[in-house]
Structure formats: C-alpha cells, structure tokens
Design a protein around this ligand. Structure first.
Ligand SMILES: [Zn+2]
Length: 185
C-alpha cells in the first residue's frame, strides 16, 4: 500500500488544532467500530461500511479487512468497544492520535495504535512497540526494536517521531506500563 508522503508546510499541512482533532478522530473510531460490528454480525453492508470509512478517513486507517466469522457472532459484537483515545501528540505537519486496540477488552486498556493525521486524513498508522510500551526506552537505553521512537510503523513510510512539539492528554490508559509512558509525556 502506498502512503503519500507527509509534506511539511507548517500549519496548512495539518488540521493540527485541538479541539478539532479529538471529535474528528473519535468519529473515525465510531465508524470503525460500527464496521467491526457489521462484520461480526455478517451484516450485508459490512464490506461497504469498511470501504466507506476508509474512503472518508484516509488510506492510513490500517488493516480494514477484518476477518469475517463463519457464523454471525453477536456476542462478540456486543462485547466489542470503540477505541479509547488517550492522547494526541503534535508534530510539525501532522498529529498522532494514540488509542487502545479495537479488540482489547475493557477495563485494562493499553496504548496500541497511533493514527497519523494530516490534511484531515489518516495518512498512516503505527503500533505501540511491545518491547518498551511506547516509551522508546528499554532498561534505561533507547529501545532497539523501535530505534527509540516508541512506535512501529505499519505499512507506511517511517515518520520522524523524535521531536513532538506538544501533547494533548485526553484520558490515561489503565495498563500500568502504558500509564507510565503517558505520565512521562
Ligand atoms: Zn521500543
């Protein structure tokens, strides 16, 4: 999958401004969750929902080909929850919205996915590095698995995550390791 490069043209390149991005990314999480429920219940419009969400929110949403169950699974659909938004980190030209896993059961929620938003689209995503719990450090040194970034890009170019210009904290993750990373921001 080709992800267009994120151009750095200062403010104009990014929607960048809180509170705008928080409701925007949450609306994506709602659409994504609705699509997941449609898939789990084998709703006839499941595929169309997935494609529509991807078209509207951008090519970097991530793996949208949820696995379809052999039989409708309303119980799992009922238990699934929308991603929780923990924070938005701001960079020059883009933002990173950091959230839980779509499949992760409450109440212990860890940082899982980071969605990169620029030009009012999700242009790429990353997963939290499992080795360092997104902190970028492991045993007091820069983490080798993510080169200190804390995040591993999924199917996209590697973005420079070393110099955030700020962070907007939304709510803390409840998993202790993720909470420690969140507290340190
Ligand atoms: Zn790491």
């Amino acid at each position: 999958m080709l992800i267009p490069p994120i151009r750095r043209r200062g403010q104009s390149a990014s929607i960048g401004t809180v509170p705008d991005i928080i409701p925007w990314i949450r609306s994506y999480f709602a659409a994504e969750h609705a699509a997941l429920v449609a898939v789990l219940t084998l709703a006839p419009d499941a595929k169309a929902r997935l494609l529509a969400a991807r078209k509207h929110y951008g090519p970097g949403c991530g793996p949208h080909d949820f696995s379809y169950p052999d039989e409708p699974d309303p119980d799992r659909a009922r238990k699934s929850i929308e991603r929780r938004l923990f924070a938005v980190r701001h960079f020059d030209g883009f933002d990173q919205a950091i959230a839980s896993d779509l499949y992760q059961p409450a109440p212990v929620l860890s940082m899982f996915a980071g969605f990169f938003v620029a030009r009012r689209k999700i242009v790429a995503r990353a997963n939290a590095c499992m080795s360092c719990d997104a902190s970028g450090r492991h045993a007091g040194r820069p983490c080798r698995d993510c080169a200190g970034a804390g995040w591993v890009m999924v199917g996209a170019e590697r973005l420079d995550l070393t110099a955030p210009t700020g962070v907007t904290k939304v709510e803390p993750p409840t998993a202790p390791e993720s909470r420690a990373t969140w507290d340190a921001w």
